[in-house]
Design a protein around this ligand. Sequence first.
Ligand code: SF4
Ligand code: FES
Length: 221
Amino acid sequence: MAHARIDRFEAGRRWTQDYELELPPQSTVLDLLFEIQQRLDQTLSFRYSCRNWMCGSCGMLVNGREQLACRTRLADLDAPAVQIAPLRNLPVVKDLIVDLAPFFEKWNAVGVAFPDQSQKPIANPQKTQQTIDAHSDCITCGLCYSACDVLSHASDFLGPAALNRAYTLQLDARDVAHQKRGATIAADGGVFRCHSMGQCTNVCPKGLDPLAAIAALKRGA
Ligand code: SF4
Ligand code: FES
């Protein structure tokens, strides 16, 4: 028997709702949410798409830690109950669905600007490309944004995902916005706000290391 405690939010009202249900072994948190929605409570809202750790849609807090629901098995939680809440540092729209607009505004603020390469292709040195590749598999899930302590009190901070993205672009010889982005990175909400707590790197489901990217940006890489 699975016992779930889920944070609910609708039309300005917040409450916690308990559910008890039987589930097959190896069920994930996303399976649990589907079962609740289909068998017990059609009003429960959550976001998902790929169900395969790829799209980044199903981020939420599971027993207080940022997780992808489709990747998290109940059996691995090792707890009598599963507590589920929406991601932090982002406005809640309904139940477990947050508004990712602030996250993507910051992602766009460090935006890419590649010139027309049809005449003269530009390649990065192999070592630089390897570093870029090591930081490039972000699925924009927002888990690091939720886990960031700085963002909990400084909402103008660009955050780990955008700065990790900025690092890859600053290294990339094909990008032509280094100067403008450099000013954004060094500005008030930029890289020097980071306290190097490392929660971003701890929660990243793709094994990226935004903390290392931020440290490199601070050194002027
Ligand atoms: S850096 Fe990792 S945790 Fe942050 S948004 Fe990208 S994939 Fe998610
Ligand atoms: S549903 Fe796509 S990452 Fe979980």
